[in-house]
Ligand binder design. Structure first.
Ligand code: M6R
Length: 609
């Protein structure tokens, strides 16, 4: 993962680098650093463990001089603990070359051994440091040649930014497998891991391609292939804006984003279902193709994968079309059966998840059409897909995904309507009813969110449990998975989601009076089965929190706590059932004093495999 940014121009690099770096913190936040050239010229490096604010504090006590050239980095550790030494930029022993890197150098151990034999002294445990030493040993006075020779020896994924004290007018960038863009300014240029980092400075960007290297001065940008062939890069003018994300009085972005869900869904419906008429702009796949496909394969990771699991139930129910779901990291390595009759749906909030991008490339190579459901406009996934359905949920800052998830669910319902209609899979009357029920969901959210103080009490009363199980059946089995993921990622409490019917096949061994079990037990055709599962938990002294349907009088006899949600058609319940689970996770994490928006070990966007 990690975020990188570089600047060359006439202004002071450091404040520009820091401002842009903060916009990349979603890519990792365990340490950060900056390297600039002073006027001697010397390389001046400052690094600090922890969030970017620690680096800012360090720069106050140990300022760096005015400089027209610099690179900066925010890290998510892959090789080596988060600490000052492992923070980027990394330098060679002569302190001539500084490197920032996003990705993983897979052959770093072999290179390190070789470089040690050439008297290179390593000060970090990172894979990145080998790049600095490698460029240094290959350096014979020409940085460009040394970088060419070095990248020819690197295996794995990398986006790098390189500067040298011998070349105050040169910023070098290269990429394979990790994103890197170039921002074109007025007598100044930038490199960055993504567009938002530089959007308030320039809108003219070059998306560097895999196997390309770029040489930037303040007046010029030249792009070459790794083989040295000059290319004329396409310059894109970015038209989208990044809404500035503020907490608006909420204690955390996550809580704000939970509360934004009614507006997000309401705006989506207004845009996608005006006057009840479906408008799937961006889908780009013709009705003829939608009619002819034999199978849908959904690929995604984490929360987006859970949205995909719900998507399977929706599409199979509404369109009667075989749908499989795979985590992107499994799909890409499992010899998937994909052909021109398969439609791939890739789901990703960020559109930068490395495994999902790799899965999409694999599927496209096998002839499949790819439609992505994506939140970030202009992201790599959006650019690489044949069609893109933007969720327009706005910037999601909390690492734990909430509004992006419900927006992804809503997009699956809309896609389900489209497929059902095109393939004549449901009656017009049912379609009409579904449209009406979907349009009512944002209003139901408002009422549901008003129950937050009751949910807070239940969460606090259960926050001492050391282990949680989440159980659901049918279309709310993925809800259980997502509820468990939310809890574990921000509260650090071990939590597992299971299909309730699987409980007897192993997980029931976990149940005793020290466990909390969250059961999604809504009025549905599997309600009685859920009640039996709850009884089995109670018989083993487990503590039950039930998510039930408003008006259910019976459930209180079975569960210790009941949180009820409005009654809607079973197919639509995942949209509502997840809300209390998001709030339970949030309040437990707050009660435990955790950093809710930036939980330990995680990053908002996972750009390494
Ligand atoms: O950006 P993406 O939707 O592709 O990210 C996928 C996962 O990394 C993400 O959903 C992750 O699981 C979240 N932290 C969950 O809250």
């Amino acid at each position: 993962m990690c975020g990188i940014i570089g600047y060359i121009g006439s202004r002071d690099a450091t404040p520009i680098l820091l401002e842009s770096l903060k916009k990349l913190e979603y890519r990792g936040y365990d340490s950060s650093g900056v390297a600039v050239l002073d006027h001697h010229p010397h390389l001046i490096v400052r690094k600090s463990k922890g969030k970017i604010k620690n680096l800012e504090e360090l720069l106050c006590t140990k300022p760096v001089p005015f400089s027209n050239l610099g690179v900066s980095h925010t890290r998510w550790a892959t090789h080596g603990l988060p600490c000052d030494e492992n923070a980027h930029p990394h330098t060679d022993n002569a302190h001539r070359i500084a490197v920032v890197h996003n990705g993983i150098i897979e052959n770093y151990a072999q290179l390190k051994e070789k470089l040690k034999r050439q008297d290179c002294h390593f000060v970090s445990q990172t894979d990145t440091e080998v790049i600095a030493h490698l460029i240094s040993v290959l350096y014979k006075g020409d940085l460009k040649t040394a970088v060419y020779k070095a990248i020819a020896q690197l295996k794995g994924a990398f986006a790098i930014g390189v500067i040298s004290k011998d070349h105050p007018d040169l910023l070098v960038a290269a990429r394979v497998g990790s994103p890197l863009i170039i921002g074109l300014g007025d007598k100044e240029n930038y490199i960055a891991s993504d567009v938002p980092a530089i959007l308030d400075r320039t809108r003219r960007v070059i998306y560097l391609k895999d196997g390309q290297v770029a040489f930037l001065s303040k007046d010029k940008v030249e792009v070459f292939t790794f083989e040295g062939k000059k290319v004329t890069p396409k310059i894109d003018t970015v038209s989208f804006s990044i809404g500035s994300a503020q907490k608006d009085g909420y204690d955390h972005f996550m809580l704000k984003e939970i509360h934004e869900q009614p507006q997000v869904l309401s705006a989506m419906l207004k845009y996608r279902l005006p006057k009840g008429k479906l408008k799937l702009e961006g889908l780009t796949v013709s009705d003829e193709i939608l009619n002819s496909i034999k199978k849908i394969t959904i690929v995604a990771c984490g929360t987006a994968y859970h949205a995909g699991l719900v998507g399977k139930y929706i599409i199979e129910d509404m369109a009667r079309l075989m749908t499989e779901v795979d985590t992107s990291s499994e799909f890409r390595y499992r010899k998937p059966i994909v052909d021109k009759n398969t439609l791939i749906i890739a789901v990703s909030q960020s559109g930068e998840t490395a495994d999902t991008l790799a899965a999409v490339r694999e599927a496209k190579a096998q002839g499949a059409k790819v439609v992505s459901i994506c939140n970030v406009i202009g992201s790599s996934l959006a650019r690489e897909s044949d069609g893109v359905l933007y969720t327009h949920a706005g910037p999601e800052i909390g690492v734990a995904s909430t509004k992006a998830y419900t927006a992804q669910l809503m997009m699956f319902y809309l896609l389900g309507l489209k497929l059902a209609h095109t393939r004549h899979a449901v009656t017009p009357a049912r379609l009409k009813r579904l449209v009406k029920d979907l349009q009512n969901i944002p209003y139901l959210y408002k009422g549901l969110l008003k129950k937050r103080s009751m949910i807070l009490k239940i969460a606090e009363a259960n926050s001492h449990f050391g282990c949680f199980l989440y159980l659901g059946r049918n279309i709310n089995y993925p809800t259980a998975l997502e509820g468990a993921l939310k809890l574990k990622e921000i509260s650090y409490i071990p939590a597992e989601g299971y299909a309730a019917g699987e409980m007897k096949h192993g997980p029931i061994a976990l149940i005793d009076e020290y466990r909390a079990v969250v059961c999604v037990a809504l009025q549905s055709h599997v309600y009685e089965k859920m009640i039996s599962n709850i009884q089995e938990i109670r018989a083993r002294k487990g503590n039950v929190i039930a998510i039930a349907t408003e008006g259910d009088k019976e459930i209180a006899h079975h569960a210790h706590y009941v949180i009820d949600i409005p009654a809607v058609e079973e197919l639509l319940t995942p949209l509502l059932a997840i809300i209390p689970l998001q709030l339970i996770a949030y309040y437990i994490a707050v009660k435990r004093g955790n950093d809710v928006d930036q939980p330990r070990n995680l990053a908002k966007s996972v750009t390494v495999e």
